[in-house]
Every structure is written in structure tokens, then in C-alpha cells.
Design a protein around this ligand. Structure first.
Ligand SMILES: NC(=O)C[C@H](N)C(=O)O
Length: 486
């Protein structure tokens, strides 16, 4: 078994017994990248020289100190909208093709404190707008399970690199499903934490009231490790609350006796494919067998979630992306003779079609005369959606449903029709609007051989119960042990 197919616990044991070195782990990561990256195309930048240097320093520590970081010596990939000092960060956009940040995001600082090793930066849909990675300004990442299929998005590079064994784990970001949907499509575990659980300082903003950084891993246990390392209050992020971070690993007891599960009927209804429905019903049987009970419930306002999300996220994007003007960051057009023309040309040449579409939609929704009809209405709908979740959580511990309505689709299949692309997020978006945490864990395969994901949603700041349920399900099934034959 390759080193990077093992768990954090197994690797740490071998490191401490000096059976392997940190350099071995870093070697394994770059070796795998050299073998499969021309097919998968998950990385936008590699950090090889620095990573090897850091590995040598950590190897000198092995056996000579009393305390080790939580992620000591482990190779990680970072989504390219998370800023890394001196390491190229483009957010998948040509407008940032030459951008080398002058500081590290809080999560990157926390990774350093935890002593993990950053292997490189991972591809994504431009500014996280997309569900397939086809909106990247640079390349289309492939799904390791079948290279003709998309890996999902926008954290497609983050999910594909883990599924392909190029890194042990990765960081993604999730605004409307961008961690969970690619995790489901690539057969790995992805968690969107509660809004505020993880600092957004240094995350290139798309929709600030929804964006959240989270871990993508091969197992629930490894996921809990990574969340533990990156969580917590940060004075640099005004939306980060000072709430205690529990010990997530101790939540992985395997015991879900008496757990009360709610299953929204909207999550198994129209638009959800039959094989996805069946996989969720089978998963509920497994959970019942472990002592949980479930009831059908309703999230009555979820049918308005997609419309509300695309209004709110695009409105916020139109404001957030105003800063890319050829002056402050990134690339400047050479084809202009006045200041105004330079702004126009830089933005016309630098942004891709989907980003332009959303900036226009958002600017329209915020304009005077339309603000009340669109932006304000969408905010009101958001409150109703949040209340739907609160009502259910008054009587249940977790909500369970599918992560996405279908398995992964083929490259090129949906690029011409943005609306069909948006519908992919129909089951993940309500969770972002409500701000609650949710995980996607592997729960089977479709007729096309592509992985399926089970979504487990929890109360605000109750990642522990989400992990507890996901871990119990994972330990009772074998889907997470399957690997793509690359
Ligand atoms: N960013 C996300 O979470 C993905 C979503 N598909 C979007 O395009 O907005």
C-alpha cells in the first residue's frame, strides 16, 4: 500500500517508530504527482523546493523533541483561493496569473503550527464560481475515477488530488457546495464547517456571508484531525466567533445508539436520480442497524434556495471583485490609453464568462429600483430557510440526504447551459444559507461507476455529531476503501 493511502494515525506511528521519515512522505507525494498529474491536472503550482527543505527540518526533530504538531510531517494541498506567502495564488483566474501574496492566510499559519507540509496549490473554478472545474482560467481537472468525467467544483483540484493519492489531504472552500459536491463526485470525505468555525482571513472572497474553508480527506477520522488544526477564533476575521473548539477526535466513538435523524422529503423528491435516492435509503438502513431512528420531515422553503443563493452570492461577488482593477492586484491590460479604458480592458481580458455573468447579475440585483425586489427579498428567503433548519433541529440531532442529485457528469456536458450547472448545488446551497455544518461521505457508486455521496447536516457548531454519524456509517461500510484505478 502506498504511504499516502494510510491514515494519519498509521503514518504518525511509523514516523515515531522511525520506520519512515517525513522526507519519505514528501517523496511519495511528488512521485505520485509525477506519475498521474498529466492525466488528473489538479495542481496549479507546486512548492517542491520549500516542501523538501521543511521535510529535512522536521526529520531532524523526529525523536529529539517532546511535542509534535497535530499534522506533523503530513503532505497537504491547498485550494488556490487561499493565500500563501510567496507561493503563487490565482483563485483560478487569469486576472491573478502573476499574484504572489505577501502574507499567509490564517489557516495556512495554522497548518504551519500543526507542522504539515504544503505540497502545492490546487485548481478550482475561477473565484470558486462553478461546479465542474471547467470554469478555471487555466485547466480542467479530471475525475480520477474516469478521466472523461468532471471532478466537481469549485474545489475540484482539492478533491481530485486526494482521490488520486497525490496528497494525503487538502483544504477546499465551500460557498454553495464547493467542498461537498466535489468530495461526493471523487469518492472522498469533505466537510463544510459551521460559518465562522474556521477563519476566512486570507481566503480570496467570493460571497463573504457564505464562504467557508474546510477539510477534504480520505476518511472521517483524518477529516476531524484537519478541522481540529484549522478551527478557532481569529481576531483578523470579524465573523469568527469566540466559541470553544471541542475535541473532534473524541466524538468518533462509533456509537450512534438513539441518534434522531431527519430526512427532508424535498431531498429525495423531484430532480434527484433514482440511484441517488436508493443509495440514501440504503444508507439509512445501515444507520438504523446501528441504533439510529429516522423520520421524514420537510424543509418547505428549500425550493427557493437556489434563486436566493444566486442573487445573494452574485451580489456579494459584484462588490468583492471590484478590487480587481489592474491597479491593486494582479494583471493589468496593456491595451488601453486612459485610466477608465484600462479598468475596462483589464476586467474584460482578465475575467472569464461565468465571473462576468455573476458580476452583471449581482450589480443588477443591487441597483436602485431592483434592490428591494431581488436582494432584499432573497435575504428574507434566507431567513425563512434558516428557520426551516432550526425547526427540524429542535427535535432531531442530524439531517441526512444526498450531497448531489446525480453522480459526476462528463466534461463538456453542461458548459453551454449555466442553469443546468447551477442545479447541481440544489441540495448543498440551503446549508450555506443557514450557516450550519455538513459533510459528504462516500455511500456507493452509480451505474456509470462514479462515486455517490451521503450528506449529513448538523446544528450550528455541532460538527462533533456530524462526525460521529459519518464515522459510524463509514466504519459500517466499505465504500471509502475503494480506490480509482488510475
Ligand atoms: N462556490 C460554490 O460553493 C459552488 C457553487 N457551485 C457556485 O458556483 O457558486
Amino acid at each position: 500500500m502506498s504511504l499516502l493511502e494510510q491514515s494519519i494515525k498509521q503514518l504518525h506511528k511509523q514516523l515515531h517508530q522511525k520506520e519512515i521519515s517525513v522526507t519519505d512522505l514528501v517523496d511519495a507525494s511528488y512521485k505520485r504527482i509525477s506519475e498521474v498529474e498529466d492525466k488528473v491536472q489538479a495542481f496549479l503550482a507546486l512548492n517542491e523546493e520549500q516542501a523538501r527543505q521543511q521535510a529535512r527540518l522536521l526529520d531532524e526533530k523526529l525523536g529529539n523533541v517532546d511535542e509534535y504538531g497535530l499534522l506533523f510531517g503530513l503532505p497537504i494541498g491547498v485550494k488556490d483561493n487561499i493565500v500563501t506567502k510567496g507561493l503563487r495564488t490565482t483563485a483560478g483566474s487569469k486576472i491573478l496569473a502573476n499574484f504572489d501574496p505577501i502574507y499567509d492566510a490564517t489557516v495556512v499559519q495554522k497548518l504551519q503550527q500543526a507542522e504539515s507540509i504544503t505540497i502545492g496549490k490546487l485548481n478550482m473554478d475561477e473565484f470558486a464560481m462553478g461546479s465542474s472545474n471547467e470554469n478555471s482560467g487555466f485547466q480542467a481537472t479530471r475525475n480520477p475515477w474516469n478521466l472523461e468525467y468532471v471532478p466537481g467544483g469549485s474545489s475540484g483540484g482539492s478533491a481530485a488530488s486526494v482521490a488520486a493519492g497525490e496528497v494525503l489531504f487538502s483544504l477546499g472552500s465551500d460557498t454553495g457546495g464547493s467542498i461537498r459536491q466535489p468530495a461526493a463526485y471523487c469518492g472522498v470525505v469533505g466537510l463544510k464547517p459551521t460559518y465562522g468555525r474556521v477563519s476566512r482571513y486570507g481566503l480570496i472572497a467570493f460571497a463573504s456571508s457564505l464562504d467557508q474553508i474546510g477539510p477534504i480527506t480520505r476518511s472521517v477520522e483524518d477529516n476531524a484531525y484537519l478541522l481540529q488544526a484549522i478551527s478557532g477564533w481569529d481576531r483578523m476575521d470579524s465573523t469568527s466567533p469566540n466559541v470553544e473548539v471541542p475535541d473532534y477526535l473524541s466524538a468518533l466513538t462509533g456509537d450512534i445508539q438513539g441518534l434522531r435523524i431527519a430526512v427532508p422529503k424535498e431531498y429525495l423528491g423531484e430532480g434527484v436520480s433514482e440511484e441517488v435516492r436508493q443509495s440514501v435509503l440504503a444508507a439509512l438502513k445501515v444507520l438504523e442497524g446501528l441504533g439510529a431512528t429516522w423520520d421524514e420531515v420537510s424543509l418547505p422553503h428549500s425550493k427557493y434556495a437556489l434563486a436566493a443563493y444566486y442573487l445573494l452570492s452574485s451580489s456579494e461577488a459584484s462588490a468583492n471583485l471590484a478590487r480587481f482593477d489592474g491597479v491593486r492586484y494582479g494583471v493589468r491590460s496593456d491595451n488601453a490609453s486612459s485610466l477608465i479604458e484600462m479598468y475596462k480592458q483589464t476586467r474584460s481580458e482578465g475575467f472569464g464568462d461565468e465571473v462576468k455573468r455573476r458580476i452583471m447579475l449581482g450589480t443588477f440585483a443591487l441597483s436602485s429600483g431592483y434592490y428591494d425586489a431581488y436582494y432584499k427579498k432573497a435575504q428574507q428567503v434566507r431567513t425563512l430557510i434558516k428557520q426551516d433548519f432550526e425547526n427540524i433541529f429542535a427535535s432531531y440531532d442530524v439531517i441526512v440526504g444526498p450531497t448531489a442529485p446525480t453522480t459526476a457528469f462528463k466534461l463538456g456536458e453542461k458548459v453551454a447551459d449555466p442553469l443546468t450547472m447551477y442545479v447541481n448545488d440544489i441540495l448543498t446551497i440551503p446549508i450555506n444559507l443557514a450557516g450550519v455544518p455538513a459533510i459528504s461521505v462516500p455511500c456507493g457508486f452509480g451505474a456509470n461507476g462514479m462515486p455517490l455521496g451521503l450528506q449529513i447536516i448538523g446544528k450550528h457548531f455541532d460538527e462533533a455529531n456530524v462526525y460521529r454519524t459519518a464515522h459510524a456509517f463509514e466504519q459500517a461500510t466499505t465504500y471509502h476503501k475503494e480506490k480509482p484505478a488510475l
